[in-house]
Write a protein that binds this ligand. Structure first.
Ligand SMILES: C[S@@+](CC[C@H](N)C(=O)[O-])C[C@H]1O[C@@H](n2cnc3c(N)ncnc32)[C@H](O)[C@@H]1O
Length: 183
């Protein structure tokens, strides 16, 4: 089931900064000038931090199925002074629908909502440049350890190589690159 817009407020609120501080979580994977994509960006909790980390010479593509999420995100981006580096993109259920290459992809607390995961991860793999990386983070309360392992296995089947398991509160997380299995 796709997270309805009103449910976003239950986790995308000021308290979240205490358990998901966005800049410290993402800074190890980003440099100024990079192109990043925030897939299933919701109301942009991580998009704003990504935009600050890539700096004025970088770009963030914020992708979501729901226009209402993108509208809320862009209001926040204007307020934060980073709207000029963010491209909102409303995708369809069948495809993300934009071309790469991108340096970094974030899929935070959203992949469990995607019915066709092999297609989804295959599309992300194709979007990433040769040194591109995907940070996949799933909520523990929705995704069991077994289900997360099966999702990572699907990523491997699409060509990804897990390289790290960054810590993220209440979550299961894996960082993946194209590695040896580059297609
Ligand atoms: C639980 S929210 C997480 C939002 C955000 N990543 C965060 O951590 O605050 C999941 C979001 O993923 C979006 N979503 C679900 N399936 C999607 C898909 N196939 N492509 C793009 N976005 C999707 C939903 O519309 C929703 O905004």
């Amino acid at each position: 089931m796709v997270c309805p817009w009103w449910l976003c407020y239950s986790f995308d609120n000021p308290l979240r900064r205490f358990f998901h501080p966005p800049a410290p979580l993402l800074a190890p994977f980003l440099k100024p000038g990079m192109i990043a994509v925030d897939i299933g960006c919701g109301m942009g909790y991580f998009t704003i931090a990504l935009a600050r980390l890539v700096g004025p010479g970088g770009r963030v593509i914020a992708v979501d199925l729901q226009q209402r999420m993108l509208d809320a995100l862009m209001r926040r981006a204007v307020h934060a002074g980073v709207a000029d580096r963010i491209t909102p993109h409303r995708c369809g259920k069948e495809s993300l629908g934009f071309a790469g290459p991108v340096d970094f992809a974030l899929a935070f607390w959203m992949a469990h909502e995607v019915p066709d995961k092999p297609r989804f991860f295959g599309e992300i793999f194709a979007l990433l440049g040769p040194a591109g990386r995907l940070l996949l983070v799933e909520p523990k309360y929705h995704v069991s350890a077994g289900a997360f392992c099966r999702t990572v296995e699907m990523c491997r089947e699409q060509g990804f190589s897990p390289t790290d398991e960054p810590a993220a509160a209440l979550s299961r997380a894996v960082l993946m690159g194209k590695g040896e299995s580059r297609r």
